[in-house]
Design a protein around this ligand. Sequence first.
Ligand SMILES: [Zn+2]
Length: 359
Amino acid sequence: MNSLERLLYYPLGDAMPQQGETLEVRAGAGSGLAPAVKWVRMGLPFALNHINLWLLRDELGGRSGWTVVDCCITRDETKAQWEQVFATQLEGLPILRVIVTHMHPDHIGLAHWLCERWQAPLWISATDYYAARVGSMSTTGFGGAAAADFFASHGLTDPESIAKIRGRASYYPGMVPQVPPRFHRLQDGQVVRIGGRDWRCISGYGHAPEHIALYCEALEVLISGDMMLPKISTNVSVHDTEPESNPLQAFLDSIDKFRQLPAETLVLPSHGKPFVGLQERIRQLHEHHRDRLAEVMQACATAPRSAADLLPVLFKRKLDLHQTTFAMGESVAHLHALWFVGKLRREFCSDGVYRFTTA
Ligand SMILES: [Zn+2]
């Protein structure tokens, strides 16, 4: 646990569900704690080593069953783990609905399989639905030539890395081979009735095209997806499909929307452990990015810098290729946040690389 994490409270301690099992999370004030969700945890084959998924008791179209929030990636191990959950954790009831917080592979990868298997509808924001469909059919935004050219224009010129990124054409479709053919649209402010309780959609930007978190006032529970994580800071990247975006500002504006929620809100994040300390975590994330922005300003004050030049400034550890692509996107995001407010100037240099200097 790092020093910032100590300022958060983990009501479940180190308890977590075993593979193929669930852990009941109870919440809500007043007349004692009510069962809120069943927590499912599944392994991931990359640095982010697990994802949390949630099962909520539901009634839909006169049937009793479960709504599942997020799905994990498509692979045989994940399907096997879901089969165990179906066989032992659903109390003999079906999955009635699949809600997906956003289009990243660990969240939507198996939605097609879950929806098909249970004849259950998919609920997701329209923006993320279409981004996932495009991603599953092409290489857009997640590798391939366009990503390689984009990173090169921000100074990642090492031929081996560029060749690998260029060759990584099936990154997204490999984990999200299909997306369900139909969906129900989720939008900011919309209230979804799940198991007799109201859950309000809170949209978030900067991490995914249109991330949807769900808040239940009766339980004081926030299913935060990737918008609010207890330990790591959410990835905020500029991608080749929207090369002049300002996702860091969008992210910081979005997490401020959670300030209206009660301090004692139980946050159910997609990675890490359920925690209490939402207001403290919002403060920490602002501080974290303020510090990174100050470092970027300092580096750009002495010489023009590319996003690649800033990797050792922003990330003080050795990065593998997968981490380098994420780090490059983050580095551009920090430069853009300062460029958008006029603190940095951008220049397209004769070697084909963007560099930034203090204005
Ligand atoms: Zn994500």
